[in-house]
Design a protein. Structure first.
Length: 82
């Protein structure tokens, strides 16, 4: 069994986050606007589905691995149109 974890966007992902997801996560973090009003940054949640890591941001952005092990970024509302 693999346990997930949470961390704040923009922070270094915990060691539990697979290297294959890190570039995708850091790419999303780089695109998030800076909040000059001091609002809290969204948080990432790492979970495992059928042994595959999935990182989801509170905003609905998802970073997961495709069948080739490459990180893919999508939004959770994309499932509504499948």
């Amino acid at each position: 069994m693999q346990v997930g974890t949470r961390w704040t966007s923009g922070d270094e992902p915990p060691q539990a986050v697979p290297a294959a997801l890190r570039d995708g996560i850091q790419g999303v973090d780089a695109l998030l606007p800076v909040d000059d009003l001091g609002q809290p940054r969204p948080r990432w949640t790492l979970t495992w589905l059928e042994g595959r890591p999935i990182a989801e941001l509170d905003t609905g952005v998802i970073v997961e691995l495709d069948d080739d092990g490459t990180a893919v970024v999508r939004h959770d509302d994309e499932d509504d149109f499948a």
